[in-house]
Write a protein of this length. Sequence first.
Length: 368
Amino acid sequence: MSRAMTHAAPTRTRAETTTPVPRWPGSVLGRGRQVAPGLVLALFVALAATPLGHAVPVVGAPVFGILLGLVLAAAVKPGDDLRPGLDFAAKPVLQTSIVVLGATLSLREVAAVGLGSLPVMLGTLAIALLGAWLLGRLLGVRGDARILIGVGTGICGASAIAATTAVLKPERAQVAYAIGTIFTFNVVAVLLFPALGHAWGMSPQAFGLWAGTAVNDTSSVVAAAYSFSPAAGPYAVVVKLTRTLTLIPIVLALALWRARRDARATAAPGERRPGWVSLPWRKVVPFFLVGFVLASAVDTVGLVPAAWHPALTDVGTFLITTALAGIGLSMRWADIRGAGVRPLMLGGMLWVLVAASSLGLQAATHLL
C-alpha cells in the first residue's frame, strides 16, 4: 500500500471513537419484540379465564388463569422464545395490578369498619403469620412457600400472594401451590360458613366480620356473605378491603428482610455484613408498594370517583390473571408434584386456625 493511499484514509479522533451512539429507541423496540409473543399468549389466556371467573366467582379469574396456563403449558410446552414475555407478565404486570387495586381502597372505609373490629382482623392476621412459620417448620414446608400460604390466608388470597411474589421472587411452583391451597379452602368456606352461621344464630354483622377475616379472595367473601344474608354482604366486603391495606406493612417488612438476606449472601468473605439501616432504600421499598400507597391516598381524598371502583377492580383482577397465566405457562406439572401434600396440609391447618380465632376474638370483644 502506498504512502499516498495511507494518508488518504481519514483519521478519527478519540472523541469520535468513544462517543456512544444513541440506541434507546432501538433497544426498546428490540425488548418489545422479545416480550410480545409470551405476553400476548398470557393475555389470551387471561381473556379466556375472565368469563370463567365471572361464571364461577367462587373460583375467580386468577385461579382459572393459572390453571389454564398450566394445562396449555403441558399441552404445547412453550419454547424459550416465549420466556421474556412470560417473565414480563409475572413481574411488571403483576406489580402494576397491585397499584391499580390500591386506587379502590380508601382509608375512610377502614374508619367505617370501626375500631371494635380491628382487634379481630389484626389478631387473625398475626395468628395466620405465626402459624405459617411454626406449623410450616413442623411440617417441613420450606422457605417462601409457607410465607406465601401464610400471607394468602391471613390477608387476601391471590392479591396478597401476588404482592408477596413481587417482593420475594419465589419459585413458580410455590406460587401455584399456594394459590391452589387458598382456592381449595375458599370453596370449602363458601359452602360451609353460611350453614354454620345460621346454625349458630350469628347476626349479619358478626357473620360479615367472620367471612371478611376467615375467607380470602374477594369473590369468595362476597359469595359466602351474601349467601348468609344481604345485610352481611356489605360489611364483609369492607372488612375484606380493610384487610387488604395490611399488605403495606407486611410487604414492606418482607422487602426489608429479603434485601438484608440478599446483601448478606453477596458479602465478600471477611467483609462486614450490612445492617438494617445501611440497606439502600430502593431495595427495601418496592416501587409498586409506593404506587399502591399513593393510589390509596388519591382514593382517600376523593380524587377517584366511587363509580370507577368496579372498573378499576376489574382491570386489577385482569392484570393479576394475566400475571398468573404467565406463571402457569412457564411451569411444568412435575414442579408442582414435587411439592407434595405438606403445603396443602399447612393451608388447611391455617384455615381452621384463622376461622376459629376469628370467632374466638369476636366472642372475647363481645362482637359475636
